[in-house]
Every structure is written in structure tokens, then in C-alpha cells.
Design a protein around this ligand. Structure first.
Ligand code: KG4
Ligand code: ZN
Length: 351
């Protein structure tokens, strides 16, 4: 049986990414262009700038990927693209490009759910078959706990009611003058901070709040602390490091406690942690410690597949292609708020 070659395209936020995935050989190559520098001065992603940059980078990146792997566009059997969730303008760039190329080649385009792709990313590195498992997806735009019964069957069991965990890091970093993206900046600063000099709330820890999160109160509490210290002219470098340490601890505690509850409620012995915040060292140490005690396996995709990339989109697209779930009328489909539940049940992108 001949293998299928899937071109993957990711443009949901501030990374333009491309990948080639072969159904037999696995990942052939992938490329990520991060727009961090473009958005740095604004302290966060500016949607209009993100879309414009995707437009200028995407086609040259596809061309480069094909040349580098000694392939041509005619070798591609289907084009998978992120159709949601994400920024609408940014998603449209991927969708229009994928559908226009697919139309010109007479091959199918495959709309892929960005969060399903994050869930399946560990399969890029190992043939993980141990399902069910719980996944904690923590990025700049999402904080979700998902019960993965089997591929395609996902139950959303917890989510943030306001800010995402990565957003909480980014906003705090901007408030403390540590720059963008905030997660790595806060984590670095926290290393030289003293523990216990500051205390921030751990919202939604009550049993009735079950598996949901809320990070906006934490951010407000930080704002009050910073304003007070500024008034007292006491916000020096050490103080910022102490705050970063305490703030990171509060976020990590919430993520770890809800993950522990999720694993116990769903009665699974595996959890995967993905998304940009999953790169946080303190989070990893704490997760490893807590889950080791209760014999639960914690795994993380390697950093390159943990943050946004197109390898996971091409992989998920390959599964969809083999399952026959494709868009063969070249309709420009996106859904910026596409839910992860019932994604295979409807043809209208979760509608
Ligand atoms: O998954 P991702 O690359 O992009 C999306 O948001 O989809 O995640 C980016 C987020 C940003 O909010 C960034 O501050 C956060 O992940 N992040 C971290 C770390 N590295 C990235 N947060 C905490 N600690 C880190 N080491
Ligand atoms: Zn993501």
C-alpha cells in the first residue's frame, strides 16, 4: 500500500508553521516561524499584525519545506490546516491558502482542531496507545482539562472561566515590566526570588468548583500588590523576583491540584501536559512529584511539539484523511471558538 503525504499548516495565533507527515514514515520535516519579535512592543499578540505576517510568510515557508525535503507540491495527497480555535483573521490565512492550493491540485483539504492536535502531539514521538488518559492543555489562549477516551472521543471536564494560564503569566510579566512572552520571563525571575515573601490566592479550590479554573482574580491581586509597592517605592529587583516566585507558585498549585482531581475522578493512570505553559520547569517538577506518589504517569511532548507547530496538525490531518473526514468542496471553513467536544460528530466544524 502506498503511503500518504500530508502537508500541515498552522496559523491560529502568532506562529506560522508548516510540516510534512508521511503515513508510513512519520514526520518528514517541520518549520516554525515565531512572531514574538513582531508583538513584543505591544506586550501581547496583535491580531491584525499576526494575520498580515502569516500572509507574507506562509507560501515561502511551504516552498522552502518542499525544496528542503526534495518533494514537490504534486507529491502531497492532502492539505491539513488549523480551522480553529484561534484568531479569526489568522485562521483565515491558513484556511484560504490550504483550500486554494488543494483546489488547484485537485486534492482534499482537511480542517483540523488545534486542541485535538495538541492532544495527539505525543504520538509524533511515541506510539502511545494507552488510552484513556487525561490531558491538561495550557497555552496563551487555553486552559483545558480533557478526558481522552479514545482518538476522536474527547470530553471537556474542566476549563478556565476567564484568563488562560499563559495569559495570566503574560499579563503579570507586563505589569512587572519583564517583557513578552511572560511565562519564560516570570519563570526566570522566580529563580532568584524568595519563597513565602508574598502570597497570592489560589482561586476555585473549593470542591464545588471541581475542575474549573479562574486566573483573573490572581491578576487583580497582583495589580494591587504592585501598586502598593510602587507607592511605597519598594518595588526593587529582588521584590519583583519574590513576587514572580509567589505568583508562579499560585498558578502551578491551581494547575497541579485540578489535574490531580481530574485523574482521580476519571480513574486513569496517565496524564499528558501540553501547550506552552507545559514548558514551565516548576510546573513539571511539581506535577512529577505529586503524580509519582500516586503511581500516575505524567508525560510531556518535547518542547518543539509542546508549543504551537504544524507537525501536530499534519499528524491529526493524516488521521482524519485515513478516517475519510475531509473538506472536498473547498469551502473556506474556520471556527475561532470551535469546541473540542463532538468534533467528529458534525461536518460544520462543531456547529
Ligand atoms: O502553546 P503556545 O506556544 O501558544 C499558544 O498560546 O497557543 O503557548 C504560549 C504561552 C504564552 O502565554 C507563554 O507565556 C507561555 O505559553 N509559556 C510559559 C513558558 N513558556 C511559554 N509559561 C510558563 N512558563 C514557561 N516556561
Ligand atoms: Zn496551541
Amino acid at each position: 500500500m502506498s503511503s500518504d503525504l500530508i502537508l500541515g499548516i498552522e496559523t491560529s495565533c502568532d506562529e506560522t508553521a508548516t510540516a510534512l507527515y508521511d503515513s508510513e514514515k512519520g514526520l518528514i520535516a517541520h518549520k516554525v516561524f515565531s512572531q514574538i519579535e513582531l508583538h513584543r512592543d505591544y506586550g501581547g499578540v496583535v491580531p491584525e499584525l499576526a494575520s498580515r505576517d502569516h500572509i507574507s510568510k506562509l507560501l515561502p515557508m511551504i516552498d522552502h519545506l518542499l525544496k528542503e525535503t526534495n518533494r514537490t507540491i504534486n507529491d502531497v495527497n492532502a492539505i491539513a490546516y488549523t480551522a480553529g480555535p484561534g484568531l479569526s483573521g489568522a485562521l483565515l490565512v491558513g484556511s484560504v491558502t490550504a483550500n486554494a492550493l488543494a483546489f488547484s491540485l485537485g486534492i482534499p483539504s482537511i480542517p483540523v482542531h488545534h486542541m485535538e492536535a495538541h492532544l495527539l502531539a505525543p504520538l509524533l514521538e511515541s506510539e502511545r496507545t494507552k488510552m484513556p488518559f487525561v490531558a491538561l492543555l495550557v497555552s496563551g489562549g487555553h486552559t483545558l482539562l480533557v478526558y481522552v477516551k479514545e482518538r476522536g472521543e474527547y470530553q471537556l471536564i474542566g476549563q478556565t472561566l476567564d484568563d488562560a494560564a499563559g495569559e495570566a503569566f503574560d499579563k503579570a510579566s507586563s505589569l512587572l515590566g519583564l517583557g513578552y512572552p511572560g511565562g519564560p520571563a516570570i519563570a526566570k525571575m522566580a529563580l532568584s526570588g524568595n519563597e513565602n515573601d508574598f502570597e497570592f490566592p489560589r482561586p476555585m479550590m473549593d470542591p464545588k468548583d471541581n475542575l474549573d479554573f479562574s486566573f483573573s482574580g490572581l491578576k487583580t491581586s497582583l495589580l494591587y500588590t504592585v501598586n502598593e509597592l510602587k507607592e511605597q517605592k519598594a518595588l526593587d529587583e529582588q521584590c519583583i523576583a519574590d513576587i514572580a516566585n509567589a505568583y508562579q507558585e499560585a498558578i502551578v498549585d491551581c494547575l497541579v491540584e485540578k489535574s490531580r482531581r481530574a485523574v482521580s475522578q476519571m480513574d486513569v493512570s496517565d496524564i499528558i501536559i501540553a501547550g506552552g505553559v507545559g514548558a514551565n520547569r516548576r510546573l513539571r517538577d511539581e506535577m512529577n512529584e505529586v503524580f509519582e506518589k500516586i503511581d500516575v504517569d505524567v508525560s510531556y511532548p518535547s518542547i518543539e511539539f509542546c508549543t504551537d507547530n504544524a507537525a501536530m496538525i499534519a499528524l491529526t490531518g493524516c488521521f482524519r484523511y485515513q478516517d475519510g473526514i475531509m473538506n472536498d468542496n473547498y469551502e473556506i471553513k474556520i471556527n475561532p471558538r470551535w469546541s473540542i467536544e463532538n468534533i467528529y460528530a458534525s461536518e460544520s466544524l462543531g456547529g
